[in-house]
Design a protein around this ligand. Structure first.
Ligand code: SF4
Length: 307
């Protein structure tokens, strides 16, 4: 059986371009490797195009990790708190979610059993800061009911389910869409699922790595089929993408000049985007990394996701 490559995630890769083979030690049969090329290169897949896709995505990761360091996602004291956060962060900032979680913790409602017992109206009041609070209270209730009915309220049993089956079940729960389901699977359950959000899409589009009509599943497949199947890598990569989206890849006036991914911009795109970008900062990149890297902050998870 031919050797496959494994990444020392979530550590940064040691080189950037041209030497993907050097970045990763070769170990026998440990990791799934790419089966599809990036969309830009379109099918049919060849070993060369797959290697290119993997190398490109890993190079992006490397650049982000070197510049920003570990993001320490997902902030949450327990798996259930991570799940609650994943639902509450839909369409709002993480700061607003944090206030709601503080309320729930104070009222000792951050367990599935307690959350199922509390009246929906009271739950809604406690999570008011997260916006759409009545809807979100119903979503939280729907999740804990699902957990009890299918897994006797046990998160261990829930996450022992196969990724495919559990993802399908989660998507059938009221208020849980692909991004929330994948956030729960990855960040609470350490399942090998890549989370896609609006920032991911925007960055890929601006770098010509996907097209505007690409579906959520196509973008998820782009990462999962071209990266080692490693939840730690997926965890860090998504978090770094969100950081980049918030700090650099804004809808208007993207800050390409200071972005760790600027060297990957295709030339014609770079010409356009750099012309609207603020001037580069003079701060050395090592200081930037120190300043931005260390901890999950109040701006952490939210990713502008819908559900
Ligand atoms: S280089 Fe520019 S387009 Fe690319 S991710 Fe950074 S801000 Fe966005």
């Amino acid at each position: 059986m031919p050797a496959t490559r494994i990444l020392p995630s979530p550590a940064p890769f040691r080189k950037r371009r041209g030497v993907a083979q050097v970045l990763v030690p070769v170990l026998p049969s440990e990791v799934v490797i790419a089966t599809q090329p990036v969309t830009r290169h379109s099918p049919p897949a060849t070993p060369e195009s797959q290697a290119t896709a993997s190398h490109e995505l890993l190079s992006y990761y490397d650049a982000l990790f070197r510049a920003r360091g570990p993001q320490h996602w997902w902030p949450g004291r327990t798996r259930f708190e991570v799940i609650v956060g994943a639902i509450l962060t839909q369409n709002t900032s993480w700061t607003n979610v944090e206030r709601a979680i503080v309320n729930l913790r104070r009222e000792r409602l951050l367990t599935p059993a307690a959350m199922e017992k509390v009246p929906t109206a009271r739950l809604a009041k406690l999570i008011r800061s997260s916006g759409y609070f009545r809807q979100k209270a119903r979503k939280l209730k729907a999740f804990v009911a699902f957990l009890r009915q299918n897994y006797q309220g046990s998160l261990n049993k829930l996450f022992a389910t196969s990724t495919e089956q559990l993802r399908e079940q989660l998507l059938a729960v009221h208020g849980i869409g692909p991004e929330t389901a994948d956030s729960i699977l990855l960040y609470a359950g350490q399942h090998k699922v890549f989370v896609v959000d609006a920032y991911t899409r925007r960055i890929l589009e601006r770098h010509n790595l996907t097209h505007p009509k690409a579906t959520y599943e196509e973008i998820r497949a782009l990462f999962e089929q071209n990266l080692p199947a490693d939840p730690l890598l997926y965890n860090e990569y998504h978090a770094l993408i969100v950081h980049t989206g918030k700090h650099h890849c804004r809808t208007h006036q993207p800050d390409c000049a200071n972005c760790p991914l600027s060297s990957f911009l295709p030339a014609p795109v770079a010409q356009t985007l750099l012309s609207v970008s603020p001037q580069p900062t003079r701060e050395p990149s090592s200081r930037l990394a120190t300043r931005h890297a260390p901890r999950a902050t109040s701006e952490s998870p939210n990713t502008s996701h819908q559900s």
